[in-house]
Design a protein around this ligand. Structure first.
Ligand code: NDP
Ligand code: NHF
Length: 365
């Protein structure tokens, strides 16, 4: 089996905890052949662990991008650099790229990122793992097959204790998250996952209206936002994102979807089962393996490189997820209802022009 030679750019927490274990699981398909991190000490430590020689270790991402013998690059840098680094690597290397979510720190760069596959003629995948997680796909199928009848509305509540997690060996410990140079802080960093999942399940969004509670801490402009959402399908729902505290009550509110024939309930991402409660009193439990997104996304990328399937999550698609975050901020700020997506269906560049689309770039408003 052909192994793809990967160049890693940014070897921090996301690489260590998420991508590296997935690469290990897919070691028959990928070989990490070179690595770059701005921190020389970190880069050298990884080189030792991966068995790379000094010639394969970089601190300047432009240099690793010049390597002719790499098949693709995996970019995991702080959010404020996601677009700029991806654009520069694409311009130099003209090779396929995986870039972590969210694709950019603001709307202008998100729009530019969505143009990169066309600009450079290369495949780009945004590693939005929630769109690759088993439970999200399963709920999407339950909704599509009308397992609980016609869907009327949902409630999604997400609580993250950023101030407490900041003091642990967790993602909020990173200073760039505590003093974000990207719009929305924790809402863009973490909330974007939930919005991506909701959009994966229910499709394009027509309009939103949001309120926020301002806070003085830097990691997010609002301690909580409460958002009313109208999907193009007619489904309505509420999404609340509280990044500065705790939800002590069990079971958690989680994601509760109400249909004409019953309910679908996911308590939290990692709980391992989806509850289906039918109106006639029957109950089903569907098991899933939590956190398979990282494995599934790398597998999708490999299969795409082998010409077996398309990339599922491209920047054009992820643009819609990030735009929704910026729309929420706009709605809070301007006290307005904000339109989100232009079209119904997401159509990636590789399918544009085949004649089936209602609009070639529905998310590019
Ligand atoms: N999908 C998911 O579940 C997750 C996704 N992420 C995403 O992954 C990305 C990285 O997050 P995370 O790993 O937690 O952050 P970290 O700060 O732990 O890691 C980022 C690394 O990139 C390095 N870096 C910064 N600038 C450059 C550059 N120009 N060239 C090369 N290396 C550079 C940093 O070095 P230095 O420290 O010296 O600046 C650091 O080692 C973010 O975009 C984030 O949104 C993160 C966690 C989970
Ligand atoms: O999933 C995630 C967990 O939270 C982190 C922030 O604290 C995010 O960066 C990340 O994408």
């Amino acid at each position: 089996m052909k192994k793809l030679r990967v160049g890693i750019i940014g070897a921090g927490m996301a690489f260590e905890k998420l991508h590296y274990p997935a690469y290990q699981e897919l070691s028959d398909k990928y070989q990490i052949a070179a690595l770059c991190d701005a921190d020389r000490f970190k880069a050298d430590a990884w080189a030792g662990r991966l068995g790379l020689g000094p010639q394969d270790v970089y601190t300047d991402f432009r240099e690793i991008a010049r390597r002719q013998d790499l098949d693709l690059f995996d970019i995991m840098v702080p959010i404020e650099k996601n677009y700029e680094v991806t654009d520069t690597v694409a311009a130099i290397a003209r090779k396929p790229i995986i870039c972590e979510k969210p694709l950019a720190p603001n709307l202008r760069q998100a729009r530019a990122h969505a143009e990169l596959p066309r600009k450079y003629g290369i495949p780009v995948m945004i590693a939005e793992n929630y769109r690759y997680n088993e439970e999200v796909d399963m709920i999407r199928d339950l909704v599509r097959t009308k397992k609980v009848g016609d869907i009327l509305y949902f409630i999604q509540n997400r609580v993250v204790n950023f101030p407490e997690d900041m003091l642990k060996n967790k993602f909020p410990a990173r200073e760039w998250r505590q003093y974000p140079e990207f719009e929305g802080g924790a809402l863009l960093d973490t909330g974007v996952h939930d919005l991506a999942a909701l959009r994966h399940i229910f499709g394009a969004v027509d309009r939103i209206q949001a309120f926020g509670r301002e806070q003085s801490q830097d990691f997010a402009p609002y301690s909580v936002v409460a958002v009313n959402i109208l999907f193009k399908s007619g489904v309505i729902g509420t999404f609340s994102f509280y990044s500065a505290g705790k939800e002590m009550q069990r079971p958690l509110i989680g994601l509760r979807i109400f249909g004409s024939g019953g309910m679908i309930y996911l308590e939290e991402r990692d709980c391992g089962y989806i509850n289906i409660a039918h109106n006639d009193g029957k109950h089903e439990l569907l098991r899933y393996k939590p956190q398979r997104g990282y494995y599934n996304e790398l597998l999708n990328f490999y299969n795409a490189a082998m010409g077996k399937e398309p990339i599922s999550v491209t920047p054009e698609m992820e643009y819609g997820d990030a735009k929704m975050v910026f729309d929420i901020l706009k709605s809070v700020d301007e006290e307005k209802i904000v339109e989100v997506d232009r079209g119904y269906d997401y159509i990636p560049v590789y399918r544009a022009g085949r004649g089936t689309e209602r609009h070639p770039d529905p998310y590019l408003m």
